[in-house]
Write a protein that binds this ligand. Structure first.
Ligand SMILES: [Zn+2]
Length: 130
């Protein structure tokens, strides 16, 4: 399985992560199917942003509302691991709903994509740059 993303969108996410060495950054992935068309940076409202992320619910709600009125679908989200590897943490696994959402995780200057296919579980997706 794979997801496609434009190199420009990918570079922007990596730059956002690199610019925040102390706190996890996060945002929404918009597009359709397996294609990430845009990444929307959102505030991380977690109480401990150095070790966790929580997408600003206002931004999430607004994105879903736009999708319902014809905008791009919310197909997943991204976040960074400022001092870790771009693989799902136990905390991430606890939030995996098995809903098919794409999780892009940024760490160590690279991005890896995961899909939540079961409660608490992920499979890795190859990232195809277009
Ligand atoms: Zn994480």
């Amino acid at each position: 399985m794979s997801v496609t993303i434009s190199s420009e969108v990918l570079q922007r996410m990596l730059a956002q992560a690199a610019a925040s060495p102390e706190a996890e950054i996060c945002g929404l992935l918009l597009g359709g199917g397996d294609r990430i068309e845009a990444a929307e940076a959102c505030a991380n409202v977690a109480t401990d942003p150095a070790r966790a992320f929580e997408i600003d619910p206002t931004a999430l709600f607004a994105a879903h509302r736009r999708a319902r009125s014809g905008g791009a679908a919310v197909i997943g989200h991204y976040h960074s691991h400022p001092s870790g590897l771009p693989i799902p943490s136990p905390r991430d696994a606890a939030q995996a709903m098995g809903d098919g959402a794409i999780w892009v995780i940024l760490g160590g200057g690279v991005a890896r994509a995961w899909r939540s296919v079961e409660l608490g579980g992920f499979v890795e997706e190859v990232i195809g740059c277009v």
